[in-house]
Design a protein around this ligand. Structure first.
Ligand code: UD1
Length: 432
């Protein structure tokens, strides 16, 4: 099991290149199976979630060629089955996007139900409601969702809850349905827009993505495309927050500053100076952060996937901050680990009351999930002394070369799987 050894206390300084958005990639790679023509996708992040999804896609007969580390060529002209194996769903929840894609193209999909998850209940009723509204039958048998339709027909769908996943899944299924579909109360996240742009580049007719009403005119066929995935808002935000927590000065490059405004606004409130360029954002942190209040909301609100990172940063601010989680019901589990590093945080029904402390101290901590794992790494970078972060497999689900990128900014971080390996790597570092 890989771990990180981190010796904290160094400010992060310099420039870091941000990769393609993981959550956009998961939707776009799924949608790419909806054409028989070749599709080339660029800026695919080399992270565990995208690689597992590509294996799931290969398992149904799609030819997947990795042209280089971030470019994938897919040929879905000889799909042999519309059934995703349970094993993939256990490893990556978002393989449920294959329901919308396969149902839309082939009128049939069998995908295991996603299991529980570390950040709380993640219902899929809105996905199923959308498929049914388009005329599909949806059964749950032997732990799988079986969606079937002889013919999909456009409809007016009102989402009872703003859901990124349901908006994406229903958008895919609807783009080859006959007639018009309207999705109301749709999610507006950048990756919803990126998926719509990709589907449109394949010949779909989708308007309004990025607003809360998406209108789709069904088309009989989608064609091949070459497409570049947008930069990862959350990866960029994580490095921005790492700069804030370590009194650093970090420029995140290859980003869309507009997508980062919700994060930038909070950093400014916390006392950072933030400079926006065309495709970069620089965060210059003060010696001591100020307090602020944060509530996670659907885009353009402050993202729930950035909640643990800002909680870690505000744990070092002067005074009391409040962070309210309004999207998921169990997303403060990591606070126990943070408390072991000296944080003073009380969680009461979805709200964290954070009393800033002078410093964190290094400890052995375990990543409970992807984003909380990244946040604990930030805490370790800011802490006095050495920390060991265990279970980094969660972090590697969504961050490419996280340790190497942090190291390039001056962090003392070593990935290792055994004490022996850690010793050897440290000796080598001293020798250099
Ligand atoms: C996506 C992101 C995830 C992010 C989340 C919220 C991907 C692969 N994952 O997850 O990183 O944290 O958006 O921005 O893009 N809900 C229902 N019924 C449904 C669907 C959702 O009640 O049918 C609820 C969920 O339980 C949750 C809320 O709606 O409380 C938001 O979930 P949703 O936006 O669907 O999140 P995901 O698509 O799973």
């Amino acid at each position: 099991m890989d771990k990180y050894a981190i010796i904290g206390g160094q400010s992060l300084n310099g420039t870091v290149e941000i990769g393609g958005a993981k959550n956009a990639a998961l939707a776009i790679l799924s949608a790419a199976v909806m054409t028989d023509d070749p599709v080339i996708i660029e800026n695919v992040p080399d992270v565990r979630d995208t690689m597992v999804l590509l294996q799931a896609i290969e398992s149904i007969g799609v030819k997947v060629e990795h042209r280089d580390r971030h470019t994938v060529c897919m040929d879905s002209s000889h799909i042999t089955a519309c059934i995703i194996d349970d094993d993939f769903m256990k490893r990556i929840r978002a393989s449920y996007y294959m329901i919308g894609a396969l149902l839309g193209k082939y009128g049939h999909a069998e995908v295991p139900l996603p299991g529980g998850c570390n950040i709380g209940i993640r219902a899929i009723d809105q996905h199923l409601k959308g498929f049914k509204a388009l005329g599909a039958t949806v059964e749950i048998e032997h732990g799988s969702i079986i969606a079937h339709a002889e013919h999909l027909t456009g409809n007016h769908i009102f989402m009872d809850k703003v859901s990124v996943g349901a908006t994406i899944n229903v958008m895919m299924a609807a783009c080859m349905a006959s007639g018009k579909t309207t999705i109301e109360n749709a999610a507006k996240e950048p990756h919803v827009v990126d998926l719509a742009n990709f589907l449109n580049s394949m010949g779909a007719n989708i308007k309004g993505a990025g607003t809360d009403v998406i209108r789709i005119k069904g088309v009989p066929k989608l064609h091949g495309s070459e497409y570049t995935i947008i930069p990862d808002q959350i990866e960029a935000g994580t490095f921005m927050m790492a700069a804030a927590a370590t009194h650093g000065d970090v420029t995140v490059k290859n980003v869309i500053p507009k997508h980062l405004e919700c994060i930038t606004a909070k950093l400014i409130e916390a006392g950072c100076r933030v400079v926006e360029y065309d495709d970069a954002v620089r965060v210059i942190a003060p010696e001591k952060l100020s307090t602020t209040q944060v509530k996670t909301l659907p885009y353009p609100g402050y993202p729930t996937d950035m909640q643990p990172q800002i909680t870690v940063a505000l744990g070092l601010a002067t005074g009391t901050s409040i962070v309210t989680e309004s999207i998921f019901d169990n997303r403060f589990k990591y606070v126990d680990e943070l408390t072991r590093m000296g944080a003073s945080i009380k969680v009461e029904s979805g709200t964290a009351i954070i009393t800033g402390v002078e410093k964190y101290t290094g400890a052995v901590i375990a990543a409970p999930d992807l984003r909380a794992g990244a946040a604990l790494v930030i805490a370790a970078l800011a802490a006095d002394g050495e920390s060991i972060v265990e279970d980094i497999k969660y972090i590697e689900r969504g961050y490419e070369d996280f340790d190497l990128k942090l190291e390039s900014l001056g962090a003392d971080i070593t990935k290792f799987s055994s004490e022996n390996e850690l010793r050897k790597k440290r000796l080598k570092a001293v020798g250099n």
